[in-house]
Design a protein around this ligand. Structure first.
Ligand SMILES: Cc1cc2nc3c(=O)[nH]c(=O)nc-3n(C[C@H](O)[C@H](O)[C@H](O)COP(=O)(O)OP(=O)(O)OC[C@H]3O[C@@H](n4cnc5c(N)ncnc54)[C@H](O)[C@@H]3O)c2cc1C
Ligand SMILES: *[C@@H]1O[C@H](CO)[C@@H](O)[C@H](O)[C@H]1NC(C)=O
Ligand SMILES: *[C@@H]1O[C@H](CO)[C@@H](O)[C@H](O)[C@H]1NC(C)=O
Length: 468
C-alpha cells in the first residue's frame, strides 16, 4: 500500500509541466484544447466547489475524445508530469482533482443517452448530476446521483454514491453496468463484470487508480414527480428536533422516504436544518409530520420534478472546506447528543479561527441499504454486513493560513464520534484517511493486484487521491 501521493506531486512540477503541455497540444486532435493562465477556460478547469481544493496548474486540457485522453495519459506518463483529473470538482481534498502540473478537465464528456430497451443510460464523465437529471427527467426515468446541485457524476460514482434513491436501489456503484475507461496504457477499454471482474470491482470505490473513466453506463428507473425540499429552524426547538430525528431514524421503514438533518454553528449561533425527500407526489402521513410541525425559519417543501428539487438545493461555495466521514451505527438520543456536544465545542473554537460554518449531518438509511448488490461486488464498502451511516462533519473558512487548524479539527472530531473499525466513506473522507479503512484488507489486496496488472508503470500515481 502506498501513502497518499498528494503532497509529493508538487515537486516534479516546474518546467516539466510546460513541456508536457506543448507536447499534448501538438499531438491531440482538434476535438481537444489546451489552455494557459489568463484564459477563462483555464480558470474554469482549475476551479472547485471548495477554494481549498484548487491549485494553479501549468496548463489545463479539455479532451474531446477518449482517444485524446489516451494521448494525454501517454505523454504525462512518459514525462512523469503530475496531473489532475476533474469531473464536477466537488472533491473536498486538495490535490485529488487539482495539480500544479497538467489539469485534465473532463468537461467535454457531456453525453447523456437513455436506452429504453436496456433501461440504462450512457453518461459522460464530465457531467454534473443536474444536467443528467434534466435529460432523464424528459424521459421520466432517473439514476442514482447527488442530492444537491453541482455535484459531479464521475467522483460521486467512482467513490460510492449515496442518493435519495439509495434505500430503493443501493449506492451509485451498485447501479453501474459498464465503464468506458482509458487505461494507463492509453487504450480505451469497456469494463464490465463479465470481461474484467477485478477491475469492475476495483472501479467501484477506487476513483482514479485505474485510469480515466470517460463514460458510465448506469441502470435507470422510472421516475415521477417527487416531494421534498429544505427547511431551517431556530435552535430553540432543538429538543423537539432531536426527538423527531431519533424517531425518523428508528421508525420510518418506507424506502421512498429519505432525510438529512443538520446541526450547524455560524455567526455565533446554532442552527438546525433538514432536507426531506419522498419518491412520490405526496408523502404518506406520519413520515415527516414531527418535523413539519416545527415552525420553520424558511422552508420550500413542494411537489416537483427530481431535477427541480436537486437544482434548488444549494450549499455555500467559494470557501475553504474540509469534510470528514463519521462512521455511525445508530442514531440514538445519545449519539445525537454527542454530536451536539462536539458542535458546541468546535463551533466557538473554530469561529475564533474564522470559521464561516461548522456543520454535522445525520444521514439515516435503512438497514437493507447494502443488500441491493452482493457482498464482494465492490471495493467500497469493505463489508456489506450492515449499514454504516455516512454522518459527516463539514467545516468552512476563509483564510488559507488557518488550513491546519481546520484539517486537525475535522480529524479529531471524526475520531471522537466515529465508530472505530467501520468502513470509511471515501467521498467524505479527509485526505490522509487510510485506504484499508475504506476497502478492508481483502479489498485492498484485490485492488492492489489489479493496479499492478492495469498500471504496471504507476502512471496513475502521478495524480492525487486515495492510492492503493
Ligand atoms: C456540496 C456537496 C454535496 C455532496 N453531496 C453528496 C451526496 O449527496 N452523496 C454522496 O455520496 N456524496 C456527496 N458529496 C461528495 C461527492 O460525492 C464527492 O465530492 C465526489 O467525489 C464529487 O465528484 P466530482 O466529480 O464532483 O469531484 P472531482 O473533484 O472532480 O473528482 C473527485 C475524485 O474523482 C476523480 N475523478 C474525477 N473524474 C474522474 C474520471 N473521469 N476518471 C477517474 N477519476 C476521476 C478525481 O481525480 C478525484 O480524485 C457531496 C460533496 C459536496 C461538496
Ligand atoms: C430564536 O429564538 C430565540 C428565543 O426564542 C429568539 O430570541 C431569537 O430571536 C430567534 N432567532 C431567530 C433567527 O428567529
Ligand atoms: C491495456 O490495458 C488494458 C486494461 O488493463 C488491457 O485490457 C489491454 O490489453 C492493454 N493493451 C495493451 C496493448 O497492452
Amino acid at each position: 500500500m502506498l501513502p497518499t501521493a498528494t503532497l509529493l506531486l508538487g515537486l516534479a512540477g516546474s518546467a516539466l509541466g510546460f513541456n508536457a503541455c506543448q507536447l499534448i497540444a501538438n499531438k491531440v486532435s482538434s476535438a481537444t484544447d489546451v489552455y494557459y493562465p489568463g484564459s477563462s477556460s483555464y480558470v474554469a478547469d482549475n476551479e472547485h466547489y471548495a477554494t481549498s481544493s484548487s491549485q494553479a496548474s501549468k496548463c489545463s486540457v479539455e479532451p474531446g475524445s477518449a482517444e485524446d485522453v489516451g494521448i494525454i495519459l501517454a505523454i504525462v506518463g512518459k514525462t512523469k508530469t503530475p496531473f489532475g483529473v476533474k469531473g464536477g470538482g466537488h472533491a473536498t481534498n486538495q490535490g485529488f482533482s487539482s495539480t500544479t502540473g497538467v489539469q485534465i478537465a473532463m468537461t467535454r464528456f457531456i453525453e447523456v443517452t437513455y436506452d429504453s430497451a436496456t433501461q440504462t443510460a450512457v453518461i459522460g464523465a464530465g457531467n454534473i448530476w443536474d444536467d443528467v437529471y434534466e435529460v432523464l427527467n424528459a424521459q421520466s426515468v432517473n439514476v442514482l446521483g447527488g442530492r444537491v446541485t453541482g455535484v459531479g457524476v464521475a467522483g460521486f460514482t467512482l467513490g460510492g454514491g449515496y442518493s435519495y434513491l439509495s434505500n430503493q436501489y443501493g449506492l451509485a456503484i451498485d447501479n453501474v453496468v459498464a465503464y468506458e475507461l482509458v487505461a494507463p496504457n492509453a487504450t480505451v477499454v469497456t469494463v464490465t463484470e463479465e470481461n474484467d471482474p477485478d477491475l469492475f470491482f476495483s472501479l467501484k470505490g477506487g476513483f482514479n487508480n485505474y485510469g480515466i473513466v470517460t463514460r458510465f453506463t448506469l441502470k435507470t428507473y422510472p421516475q415521477g414527480s417527487v416531494w421534498g425540499g429544505v427547511a431551517s429552524y431556530n435552535a430553540s426547538y432543538i429538543s423537539v428536533f432531536n426527538a423527531a430525528a431519533v424517531k425518523f431514524c428508528s421508525e420510518v421503514t418506507d424506502p421512498k422516504a429519505a432525510m438529512v438533518m443538520t446541526y450547524a454553528y455560524a455567526s455565533g449561533q446554532v442552527s438546525l436544518a433538514t432536507q426531506m425527500f419522498y419518491d412520490g407526489p405526496t408523502p404518506p402521513d406520519g413520515i415527516f409530520d414531527d418535523f413539519l410541525a416545527i415552525p420553520a425559519l424558511a422552508q420550500d417543501f413542494t411537489t416537483r420534478s427530481y431535477f427541480d428539487l436537486i437544482g434548488s438545493t444549494t450549499f455555500p461555495t467559494g470557501l475553504r472546506t474540509v469534510y470528514n466521514h463519521i462512521p455511525t451505527l445508530e442514531y440514538s438520543e445519545s449519539t445525537i447528543e454527542d454530536m451536539i456536544n462536539e458542535l458546541n465545542f468546535w463551533g466557538p473554537t473554530l469561529s475564533a479561527h474564522g470559521a464561516t460554518s461548522v456543520t454535522y449531518a445525520v444521514e439515516p438509511f435503512l438497514p437493507g441499504l447494502l443488500t441491493h448488490a452482493p457482498a464482494g461486488s465492490s471495493a467500497y464498502p469493505g463489508s456489506r454486513d450492515h449499514t454504516v451511516f455516512p454522518s459527516i462533519v463539514g467545516l468552512q473558512w476563509v483564510s488559507q493560513s488557518e488550513d491546519d487548524v481546520f484539517l486537525d479539527a475535522a480529524r479529531q472530531t471524526a475520531e471522537k464520534l466515529g465508530v472505530a473499525g467501520e468502513s470509511i466513506y471515501p467521498n467524505y473522507a479527509i485526505y490522509d484517511a487510510p485506504v484499508v479503512d475504506m476497502y478492508g484488507e481483502e479489498g485492498v489486496k484485490r485492488m492492489e493486484a489489479t493496479r499492478e496488472r492495469v498500471d504496471p508503470y504507476g502512471v496513475m500515481l502521478l495524480t492525487g487521491g486515495f492510492k492503493v
